[in-house]
Design a protein around this ligand. Structure first.
Ligand SMILES: Nc1ncnc2c1ncn2[C@@H]1O[C@H](COP(=O)(O)OP(=O)(O)OP(=O)(O)O)[C@@H](O)[C@H]1O
Length: 340
């Protein structure tokens, strides 16, 4: 089922924080991650869709039906929070069966469906364990099975992996994605981890100060960020203030760069943006060539990320080469100009 919000606004107190004018739609089966700095309104958006908060204005449609004023329990949405919120005195199977009990399903059906949901979450052998006898990852899978057991119209995940350590997070995010695919259910996944978002989502929504800045596929977001904030928030970026001097030429603090200036006219102020992997440490014959000194060098296994101090600033680069670096080239096609 599809999920859509239109011009959704909510403030915790008059003129207080919240979300403003959010328009976002998810197709049935689509996985959308919501990212943004702490306090930007990610959880608020999720709580509004879940029905734990009532919007001040705007529409929430699930499967085309207006839900903005329908109580949470009648929205039929699966919700998983950061804290797993499992009932500690109930077994894994009883926890998973609970939403079916609330909906009046007979006991035999509850047990059968809870068993199936646990099996899908790869927890068949754990049905009788109490939450306290399960690892963090296993508890999270129980919470996921419980959110999915009643075949909800959509799935809402609020930082479901944040209590797990790095190794478990990576494994669990792939599992969440696999389980979500099996169910073919529209999913909104709030996370502060942009790598997690880029790696599992069909599309990523970036929020700031209660507003939605851009919604795009991970690749588009990375290659074509809407503005300097998105560019800097998603992955590593070089961002320089610039002024377009002439078609194809931009002046910055580190010098004049040749790049496509598109419809930015001479005199326009822009942000010059390029990713560290666009920076070439072997700049023989390069158009945008800068000499400098490496002042930070981070070994990251398969590559290294370095800061090259150049006249007027610093360039962040990435390379697999282990050779000394004294100059870099920035190919014009790796540079984009963003409006300021
Ligand atoms: N119950 C509340 N009463 C008043 N203000 C609140 C309440 N809950 C959240 N806020 C404020 O609303 C804004 C958005 O909060 P929200 O929890 O949606 O952010 P978030 O993006 O999910 O942050 P985080 O990544 O830190 O969880 C913040 O400024 C926050 O302080």
């Amino acid at each position: 089922m599809s999920v859509a919000v239109e011009s959704l606004s909510f403030a915790y107190a008059p003129a207080g924080a919240g979300v403003s004018g959010i328009t976002l739609s998810l197709e049935a089966g689509e996985f959308c991650a919501v990212i943004g700095p702490s306090g930007c309104g990610k959880s608020t958006l999720l709580r509004l869709i879940a029905g734990f908060l009532t919007p001040d204005s705007g529409a929430i449609r699930i499967g085309g039906q207006d839900m903005a004023h329908v109580p949470a329990r009648r929205r039929d949405l699966g919700v998983v929070f950061q804290s797993y919120a499992l009932f500690p005195h109930m077994s894994a199977a009883e926890n998973v069966a609970y939403p079916l009990k609330l909906r009046g399903a007979p006991r035999a059906e509850r047990l059968r469906r809870a068993g199936e949901a646990l099996e899908r979450a790869r927890l068949s052998g754990m049905a009788d364990r109490l939450p306290g006898q399960l690892s963090g990852g296993q508890q999270q899978r129980v919470a996921l099975a419980r959110a999915l057991v009643f075949q909800p119209r959509a799935l809402l995940l609020d930082e479901p992996l944040s209590a797990l350590d790095a190794a478990h997070r990576a494994a669990m995010r792939d599992e969440i994605r696999a389980i979500q695919r099996e169910h073919g259910i529209a999913t909104l996944h709030v996370t502060h981890d942009q790598e997690e978002a880029l790696s599992i989502a069909d599309r990523v929504a970036v929020m700031r100060d209660g507003r939605l800045l851009q919604v795009a596929t991970p690749r588009t977001l990375y290659d074509e960020p809407a503005d300097a904030f998105v560019a800097g928030f998603v992955g590593h970026a070089n961002l320089l203030d610039g002024v377009v001097r002439a078609p194809g030429l931009v002046e910055t603090a580190i010098g004049t760069l040749a790049c496509a200036t598109g419809d930015h006219t001479a005199g326009s102020t822009v942000t010059v943006f390029f990713r560290p992997e666009a920076v070439r440490p072997d700049p023989e014959g390069a158009v945008n060539r800068f000499e400098g000194r490496v002042v930070r060098d981070r070994f990251l296994g398969s590559l290294r990320r370095f800061d090259l101090a150049v006249a007027g600033g610093c360039i962040l680069g990435e390379t697999a080469s282990r050779r000394d670096i004294a100059a870099v080239g920035i190919p014009p096609e790796g540079i984009r100009l963003l409006r300021r």
